[in-house]
Design a protein around this ligand. Structure first.
Ligand code: PEP
Ligand code: MN
Length: 453
C-alpha cells in the first residue's frame, strides 16, 4: 500500500463523504427533519450483521476463482406500495429456480443475492421530468419521494428513509424465514414453480430438471447420505442495493465488534452506480471505508485509468472478494468495450469478480413509448460477455438481472414472444423494465447450456 493510501484511509469517517462532490443527491428542504431521521436510524438495530457480509465476501472470492457463480437479481426499484408477502415470495422462488438450473449444469454453488430489502433509491438521467408541459423534480426512488406526478409527491421527504428502513426489515425478515424455515428445502424443488409458468415450455423443462434433482437426492439417500443435513434444508441468501442515498447508508454504518471495522449494515452487498463512480466523488469516498463486499458498475464510459484508480482507492490491499465489477455495456458494445478493461485489470494482477448486468446497456423505448428491453439483447449481452471471458482465458463470475416473479410484460421477446403491443397488459415497474419469471428462467436455461459445455 502506498503511503498516501494509508494516510487517506486514516482520514476516512462515516461522514467524510460529505466533504466530496456529490451527484444524484436529493435536495431536502427541512434539514432539521433530515437530521432527526438520521439520528433515529443511527440508533436502530442494523439490518444485517458483519459476519454475514464477510461470508458473502468469501463466496464472491470463490466466484472469482471459478469455484462459484453469482446470481444477483431483483427489481430495478422496490416500491413501498408493492410490499406484500406474495411479491417477495415469487421473486425469491424464481431466483431459487434459476439457481437450481445453474447449479445443476455449472456444478458449482450459486451465490444468491437479491436486489431486495433496501433497493429504494434511484439515480436518474435528468433531475426534471416534464409531462404535458409541466415540469417537476424526477422520482428518485421510494426512499426519497413518490412516483406520483404532483409537486407534493416529488418533494424529497426524509421521513421516507425511516419507512424504507422498516420495509427493508420486513422484506428481510421474510427472506430469512424462507431461506432457513424450510421453504427452500431441496426436496421441494418441484414446488418452487409458479402456477402461471407451469404450463409453459420453461415450466416443463424445469419440472424435468426438478425430477432429476429429486432422483439425485434419492440416490444420495440410498447411499447413506443424511438427507436432513442443513445443505438440503436451507439456502444462503444475501441482500444488496445501490449505495446511493448516503445519509441513509451513513446512519446504518456501525463498527463491527469482531473486527473493529466499519460495515454498512443496510445490506450485505452495496454497489456504486454508473453515474456516481467518480474516483474523487462522495459515493466512492463512503464505500472506501466500509468493509462490505462492494460492486462497481462498469459502463461504456468507464476508462481504464478510472477503473484502476477505483481499484486502488476501494481495495488498496487487494482483498479477495472485496470488489465485484458489474459490466453493463449493451449487447452491441460488450465485445468491443469489455476486453480492454478486462485486460487492464488482469494486468494489474488484482483479484476481482466480474459479473454481467445485461439490462442497463439495453434499455430502449418501444413504438408505443414504453421503456423496455428486448429479451434477445439481454441474452445477447450475456453471450457476448461469456465469449469475451472465454477468448481472454479468464473467469466470468456471474450475472446481475432486473427481474421479478410477477407475470409482468415489461421486456419484449422471450418465451412468449412479447411484442410492443403486449407491453401495456401488465407494465408495473416504476423504473426500469424487468424480466418476468418465464424470461428469467429462460435466461438461466440458456446460460446453463453454455456453462455445462
Ligand atoms: C441499476 O442497477 O438500477 C442502475 C441504475 O444501474 P446503472 O448504475 O448501471 O445504470
Ligand atoms: Mn435499473
Amino acid at each position: 500500500m502506498q503511503q498516501s493510501d494509508r494516510q487517506s484511509k486514516a482520514s476516512w469517517s462515516p461522514e467524510s463523504w460529505r466533504t466530496r462532490p456529490i451527484r444524484q443527491a436529493p435536495h431536502y428542504e427541512d434539514q432539521n427533519a433530515l437530521a432527526e431521521v438520521e439520528a433515529r436510524l443511527h440508533r436502530y438495530p442494523p439490518l444485517v450483521f458483519g459476519e454475514e457480509a464477510r461470508r458473502l465476501k468469501a463466496r464472491l472470492a470463490a466466484a472469482s476463482r471459478g469455484e462459484a457463480f453469482v446470481l444477483q437479481g431483483g427489481p430495478c426499484a422496490e416500491s413501498f406500495g408493492e410490499f406484500t408477502g406474495d411479491i417477495i415470495r415469487d421473486t425469491f422462488r424464481v431466483l431459487l429456480q434459476m439457481a437450481a438450473v445453474l447449479t445443476f449444469s455449472a456444478k458449482v454453488p450459486v451465490v444468491k443475492i437479491g436486489r431486495m430489502a433496501g433497493q429504494y433509491a434511484k439515480p436518474r438521467s435528468s433531475d426534471i421530468e416534464t409531462r404535458d408541459g409541466v415540469e417537476l423534480p424526477c422520482y428518485r426512488g421510494d426512499n426519497v419521494n413518490s412516483p406520483d406526478f404532483t409537486a407534493e409527491a416529488r418533494k424529497a421527504d426524509p421521513a421516507r428513509m425511516e419507512m424504507g428502513y422498516f420495509q427493508a426489515a420486513g422484506v428481510l425478515n421474510l427472506l430469512r424465514a424462507f431461506s432457513h424455515g424450510g421453504f427452500a428445502n431441496l426436496h421441494d424443488v418441484h414446488r418452487w414453480m409458479l402456477d402461471y409458468v407451469q404450463q409453459s415450455p420453461q415450466g416443463e423443462r424445469y419440472a424435468q430438471l426438478a425430477s432429476q434433482i429429486e432422483g439425485s437426492l434419492a440416490f444420495m439417500k440410498a447411499c447413506g447420505v443424511d438427507d436432513n443435513a442443513p445443505q438440503y434444508d436451507e439456502v444462503e441468501f444475501f441482500t444488496s442495493h445501490e449505495a446511493l442515498l448516503l445519509p441513509y447508508e451513513q446512519a446504518l454504518t456501525r463498527i463491527d465488534e469482531t473486527t473493529g471495522r466499519h460495515y454498512g449494515l443496510s445490506a450485505h452487498f452495496l454497489w456504486i452506480g454508473d453515474r456516481t463512480r467518480q474516483p474523487d466523488g462522495a459515493h466512492v469516498e463512503f464505500l472506501r471505508g466500509v468493509d462490505n463486499p462492494i460492486g462497481i458498475k462498469v459502463g461504456p464510459t468507464t476508462t481504464v485509468e478510472d477503473l484502476k484508480k477505483l481499484l486502488d482507492i476501494l481495495n488498496p490491499e487487494d482483498e479477495a472478494g472485496r470488489i465485484t465489477l458489474i459490466s453493463r455495456m449493451g449487447h452491441q458494445k460488450v465485445r468491443e468495450l469489455l476486453p480492454p478493461l478486462l485486460e487492464a485489470v488482469s494486468q494489474t494482477g488484482r483479484r476481482v469478480t466480474w459479473v454481467c448486468d445485461p439490462m442497463h446497456g439495453n434499455t430502449t423505448t418501444s413504438s408505443n413509448k414504453y421503456k423496455t428491453r428486448a429479451f434477445e439483447h439481454v441474452l445477447g449481452e450475456i453471450t457476448g460477455f461469456m465469449d469475451v471471458f472465454e477468448q481472454a482465458g479468464r473467469i466470468p463470475g456471474g450475472i446481475h438481472l432486473e427481474m421479478t416473479g410477477y407475470n409482468v410484460t415489461e421486456c419484449t421477446g422471450g418465451p412468449r414472444g412479447l411484442t410492443d403491443a403486449d407491453l401495456p397488459t401488465c407494465y408495473k415497474t416504476f423504473c426500469d423494465p424487468r424480466l418476468n419469471a418465464e424470461q428469467s428462467l429462460e435466461i438461466a436455461f440458456q446460460l446453463s447450456e453454455r456453462m455445462a459445455r
